[in-house]
Design a protein around this ligand. Structure first.
Ligand SMILES: C[S@@+](CC[C@H](N)C(=O)[O-])C[C@H]1O[C@@H](n2cnc3c(N)ncnc32)[C@H](O)[C@@H]1O
Length: 434
């Protein structure tokens, strides 16, 4: 299988057909072996990370982009330029492999054209480099984000927007969550050292361990026995902030794929009961798999969190985690397709959904109980604005300040992508007045 042909198909499916990278890439990776899976991932992620810039380069080389049955080869050209620009693959190999992909893509007649375009690009690079032309490019090209999102991030973070956008371009670290039922973090770090798996100091609040480079999970000591899980440092704050107590009745109302449900169960022994619900039955499969690997127990229900009458057993909850459906703008470095699949018009609908779930789930919380509202978004309208509105409309809700978020006048803790290596995330803690 030609890796470049698969990369072109994958990016074509995401950009032109609106498919999710998480759905498409694994299907194509299944067609290749070992290291080629990694190369396919590197190229597809790279093209999606740098799409506007690569499109800009193609426009300098071709009067019109390829369309119709040849359209997939437009993406093949992007794949070729990405390799020359950003990978250590020798240029001659990148070009010849890319040109050879026209065969499996059933566009062999474009061989000469693609060869010419890539050789031209290569020559231009050798002559002038690319960086000196940066000032001529619009911000959306320089920073590789869609214009609407760039504007929103500029408005929300007038002093930090450039660094946020640059962080979104980085390859994120792989983080580990040690199962505290099995090991202390220090003891597990010794096992990592023995296995020669490089890692940095754990994150200060959660004990989450960032690895120096990603490894296959099967290399992680005790993975199959549930000693450890893969979860970003920001996501690992939820269980700590929820601060469950033994005997508590806990609800995780947007639970799939179950990372936080499992962490809650690992974190506090002897919980009364944990209910994990998600609206998508198909996504609950992963929740069940995770619970099984970690030998944990929760009541798993496919249901709409905004319509509790259909599933709630009338037992109030001591703790609720609402990890709300959101724009995902905090996790673009892990899911670069978000930049192209998410549209400006999605945001108002998402904020309405978040409000509805928060409003309806609030009545399930015991007086004196606490709710953690979380998103993996960096947009204020999904985060601090949402919480301000909720507090204004609900007299029985009290904001519990989070010391981690103290440098902001806004409620909650906004983590930006790359803050101590973590994903962008938002947390607010609300207590129901007794
Ligand atoms: C951010 S993800 C949750 C991630 C999860 N908490 C974890 O840590 O693994 C949001 C989830 O909300 C679910 N969802 C969306 N609308 C919902 C609704 N009305 N009721 C319940 N779940 C919903 C989605 O299917 C998605 O799985």
């Amino acid at each position: 299988m030609n890796i470049r042909a698969l990369a072109a198909k994958c990016t074509f499916a995401v950009i032109d057909q609106g498919r999710s990278l998480a759905d498409e890439l694994p299907k194509l990776q299944a067609k290749v072996e070992g290291k080629d899976k990694g190369l396919l991932q590197e190229i597809t992620y790279g093209v999606l990370r740098y799409l506007p810039e690569l499109e800009f380069d193609v426009r300098q080389l071709m009067a019109k982009p390829l369309t119709g049955k040849q359209r997939v080869c437009h993406f093949l050209i992007l794949v070729g330029i990405y390799q020359i620009k950003y990978t250590r693959i020798p240029d001659h190999a990148a070009v010849s492999e890319t040109v050879a992909a026209t065969g499996p893509l059933k566009n062999r007649h474009l061989k000469g054209l693609i060869n010419g375009v890539l050789r031209n690009y290569q020559r231009q690079q050798e002559k002038s480099g690319d960086d000196n032309k940066d000032a001529e490019k619009p911000d959306s090209v320089r920073y590789n984000h869609p214009g609407w999102l760039l504007k929103k991030i500029q408005a929300a973070y007038p002093e930090k927007w450039q660094s946020v956008l640059q962080e979104n371009q980085q390859k994120p670290p792989m983080w580990l969550r040690v199962n505290k039922k099995h090991h202390e973090v220090a003891a597990y770090r010794q096992q990592l050292e023995a296995a020669e798996i490089g890692h940095n100091e754990p994150e200060v609040h959660s004990g989450a361990i960032p690895l120096t480079s990603p490894v296959d999970v099967n290399r992680l000591p005790g993975f199959a026995d549930g000693d450890v899980s893969v979860q970003d440092g920001a996501a690992q704050q939820a269980a700590r902030l929820l601060d469950c107590q033994p005997g508590d009745n806990v609800l995780d109302c947007c639970a799939a794929p179950g990372g936080k449900t499992c962490h809650i169960l690992e974190y506090t022994p002897n919980l009364g009961a944990v209910t994990a619900i998600d609206i998508e039955e198909s996504r609950l499969v992963r929740v069940r798999e995770n619970l099984e690997r970690l030998q944990l127990k929760a009541k798993v229900i496919a249901a709409d969190a905004a319509a509790p009458d259909a599933w709630w057993d009338k037992q109030l909850f001591d703790r609720i985690l609402l990890d709300a459906p959101c724009s995902g703008t905090g996790v673009i470095r892990r899911h670069p397709d978000i930049k192209w699949l998410r549209k400006a018009s999605d945001i108002p609908a998402l904020t309405v959904l978040q409000q509805q779930i928060l409003k309806n789930i609030w009545s399930l919380l015991k007086p004196g109980g606490t709710l953690i509202y979380a998103t993996c978004s960096i947009l204020p309208e999904e985060n601090c604005e949402q919480i301000k509105q909720f507090l204004a409309e609900n007299n029985d809700a009290e904001l519990i300040p989070l010391p981690e978020g103290n440098d902001s006048a806004e409620p909650g803790w906004q983590i930006l992508p790359g803050d101590t290596g973590m994903d962008g995330f938002y947390y607010a803690k609300l207590m129901k007045k007794a």
